[in-house]
Design a protein around this ligand. Structure first.
Ligand code: F6P
Length: 356
């Protein structure tokens, strides 16, 4: 058997733990050969195919490394691939046939909901035997409690809050931390609780400037002159729109709500207010133990699914164990924070302002 593995979409910590586990299980457990496809599906677009054989020797020691040894991309949708003249072209057929030309028997795709949706379409087109592994710092893939990378991102955001806490207290300031998470507020909510934030704003819950400023003012009235605010990047500004901008390639990106919030809080409360945008810092660095463990468990389980010839499925974490679900189910919707989520309840119980 020759199996392929690729990482697709934004990088995160823990991808190499998955790759290492796939290699160990496939080579030592089943005697198969494993090939790492470089830069997501772009490797299958190239001729010759851009791939490298992975062995236990070549992957030794990679678990602690952030990012992905295979490279990745969240650009270049194969079905609308950017051409030189600004037009898009459908190059899906070239990628789909790359799998057969390279002689693969199965492919493990490590990606978020967007990448898994694209991989599934390619798999249907090229009759691939596909197994998915969920990863994303946003933790918004449906049907799994953990996606690889989330806990490391939470760790980075929590550490940022811890550091901001000290300087906020020293200067009697309000510190606003803007964190990634795309359309979901999981990072802000989880790190906000762990990092002792006074205000947590997430896109799933309505908020008002009045409520946020009232919280800060009530703390000041009690002699607590500093406050910590964490805001998810897709939270809507007071005028009702999320802060987005177009990058040089025309892609819509979130960014800027932290600055808006800091300015408004400063003007209203007269508190000295500063903003920090954590950005891609949350994606880098060595994976925390939970991402190493979840990534390893997912890698082993993904190879086992191939051995059982159960394809078009994604490994998932559910109720303390690894299970598998149809990829179709995992990509049908994204997992936002449920307003009834236990962590929402926890935050309210800790007297954290959630915006209202
Ligand atoms: O999906 C992961 C993520 O980091 C989001 O949280 C963020 O909105 C986006 O990717 C940033 O994308 P890029 O790496 O293209 O800037």
């Amino acid at each position: 058997m020759r199996i392929g593995v690729l990482t697709s979409g934004g990088d995160c910590a823990g991808l190499n733990a998955v790759i290492r586990a796939v290699v160990k299980r496939a080579t030592l457990g089943y005697g198969w050969r494993v090939f790492g496809i470089r830069h997501a599906t772009h490797g299958l677009l190239k001729r010759p195919i851009d791939a490298v054989e992975l062995t236990t020797d070549s992957t030794a020691g990679i678990m602690t490394l952030g990012g992905t040894i295979l490279g990745t991309t969240n650009r270049g949708d194969p079905f609308a691939y950017p051409g030189p003249d600004g037009q898009t072209v459908d190059r899906s057929h070239e990628i789909a046939t790359g799998y057969r030309e390279f002689g693969l028997d199965a492919l493990i795709g490590i990606g978020g909901d967007g990448s898994l949706a694209i991989l599934r379409r390619l798999a249907q087109l090229g009759r691939w035997n596909l197994v998915g592994v969920p990863k994303t710092i946003d933790n918004d893939v449906a049907a799994t409690e953990h996606a690889v990378g989330f806990h490391s991102a939470v760790n980075a955001a929590t550490e940022a809050l811890d550091r901001l806490h000290v300087t906020a207290a020293s200067h009697s300031r309000v510190m606003v931390l803007e964190v990634m998470g795309r359309d979901a507020g999981h990072i802000a909510l989880t790190a906000g609780i762990a990092g002792d934030a006074d205000v947590i704003l997430i896109p799933e819950l309505p908020w008002s400037l009045d409520a946020v400023c009232a919280k800060i003012e009530s703390r000041r009235a009690q002699g607590r002159m500093h406050s910590l605010v964490i805001v998810a990047e897709s939270v809507k500004a007071p005028e009702g729109e999320a802060r987005t901008y177009h990058d040089a390639h025309g892609n819509v990106r979130y960014g800027g709500i932290g600055e808006v919030l800091a300015r408004e809080i400063g003007q209203r409360t007269k508190a000295e207010t500063r903003v920090t945008v954590l950005g891609h810092v949350a994606r880098g660095g060595s994976p925390v133990p939970l991402d190493r463990v979840v990534g390893s468990a997912f890698g082993v389980a993904a190879v086992d699914l191939i051995a059982e010839k159960r394809f078009d499925r994604m490994v998932a974490w559910h109720d303390r164990q690894v299970v598998d679900v149809p990829i179709e189910e995992a990509i049908a919707t994204y997992r936002a924070v449920d307003p009834e989520d236990t962590l929402v309840h926890t935050a309210r119980g800790l007297d954290i302002c959630l915006g209202s």
